[in-house]
Ligand binder design. Structure first.
Ligand code: PS7
Ligand code: MN
Ligand code: MN
Ligand code: MN
Ligand code: MN
Ligand code: MN
Length: 351
């Protein structure tokens, strides 16, 4: 009967939401809870960036081919009908690129202002990813200094924060001023990305992807993989503290950003990944297992956190709770003992 006929223009949108649920480990639910004015734009923004990241992560694409793919992706999203065929990509999310024409179709149906924000971020991110992919391809260590670390994280996550703030303002759900908070938006992304890079030490190392800044780990070992060897446990846990301290320093500014959000659905969307990140940092701190397995917060803890993320007071309390967990594990033999106390103190005093 006629009610079972799905209009062709809705087919692409349905397929996009299927892809969102397939490819996103943590964002699918919070994106689908967003208000109507912004939901589709954020979903398409996610899928465009997931497409870029799938190309970045695919080590089977030779650099001569990968570099232009990344650098031109912001133009590719305007090419109606474009799909990625040619025997690749060889990644878990490859099907998204194989059927990328549906994402392009939905992208082209968004308001021009949303399109401009997404294309501008894809341009900057694709070019940043290409710079670092070239280093990796020529066996050059990419993330040398702490500054390089912040720059890489800016390309792959800080820009996402900047783009999202623009989308929020453009939708009218948040004030125009939020789009101008580029520094705080950047740090929201850095906090998530740094936590991901610390947690994914083993997963990334096994495919020869190295994101821990050389400036940090050379104080402890000659090779990043040495932390896995017997006899290096103390050095490994001390280096982990340095990495966690580096990420933790962004926490107060993340609270300051979230304090500016007025829309309820946008607030949950922003806050849930942030509280998961600080809970993850607390779990990773002093945890040598990071070097031998994937350490993840338990499902039950995640559910409790999601339910509490309703306003800034609750979220600040969650941050303070995990800051106390870190303080309790801190000890005076840790070379970062004082700096970690200070960083936790700033979280507890945030208001
Ligand atoms: C548009 C929601 C809210 C102001 C695909 C959300 C991968 C941590 O690859 O999937 O498995 O190790 O675990 C997300 C700021 C970006 C930063 C970045 C786009 C928050 C392509 C998330 C997500 C800004 C590059 C996914 C940065 O982690 O990684 C949308 C405000 C994509 C946000 C990547 C990482 C995200 C990430 P993997 P995950
Ligand atoms: Mn992941
Ligand atoms: Mn990547
Ligand atoms: Mn990835
Ligand atoms: Mn370009
Ligand atoms: Mn990762």
């Amino acid at each position: 009967s006629p009610i079972h006929v799905i209009p062709p223009e809705q087919k692409a949108k349905i397929r996009c939401y299927e892809f969102l649920n397939k490819t996103s480990r943590s964002f699918a639910a919070v994106i689908q809870e967003l208000d109507d004015e912004i939901r589709d734009a954020v979903c398409i923004f996610y899928l465009v960036l997931r497409g870029l990241d799938t190309i970045e992560d695919d080590m089977s694409i030779p650099i001569e081919k990968k570099e232009p793919l990344l650098r031109d992706f912001h133009k590719t999203i305007y090419k109606k009908g474009w799909t990625f065929d040619e025997n690749g990509p060889d990644e878990k999310d490859r099907q998204l690129l194989v059927e990328f024409d549906v994402v392009i179709e939905e992208f082209l149906g968004l308001r021009k202002k949303f399109q401009n924000v997404i294309a501008d971020i894809a341009d900057k991110m694709g070019n940043g990813m290409a710079d670092y992919a070239k280093d990796a391809a020529y066996n050059k260590y990419g993330v040398m200094t702490n500054k390089d670390f912040d720059l890489y994280c800016h390309y792959v996550a800080g820009l996402v924060g900047i783009g999202l703030s623009s989308l929020f303002s453009t939708s009218g759900l948040e004030k125009p001023e939020l789009a101008k908070e580029t520094e705080l938006s950047n740090l929201m992304g850095l906090f998530l990305q740094k936590t991901n890079i610390i947690r994914d030490y083993l997963e990334d190392l096994l495919v020869n992807r190295r994101f821990w800044p050389k400036e940090i780990w050379t104080k402890y070992v000659d090779d990043l993989a040495d932390f896995r060897k017997p006899g290096y446990e103390k050095k490994a846990v001390d280096c982990l503290s340095t990495m966690i301290l580096n990420a933790l320093q962004h926490a107060p500014e993340c609270l300051t950003y979230m304090n500016k959000i007025q829309n309820k659905s946008i607030f949950s969307f922003c806050a849930i990944p942030q509280v998961m990140a600080i809970a993850t940092l607390a779990l990773l701190f002093k945890n040598y297992n990071v070097y031998h397995s994937v350490v993840k917060i338990r499902k039950g803890e995640t559910v409790k956190l999601i339910l509490k993320c309703t306003n800034i007071y609750e979220v600040a309390n969650i941050f303070r709770y995990y800051s106390k967990v870190i303080i309790q594990k801190n000890d005076s033999k840790d070379p970062n003992f004082m700096k970690i106390s200070v960083a936790c103190g700033k979280i507890e005093q945030w208001c």
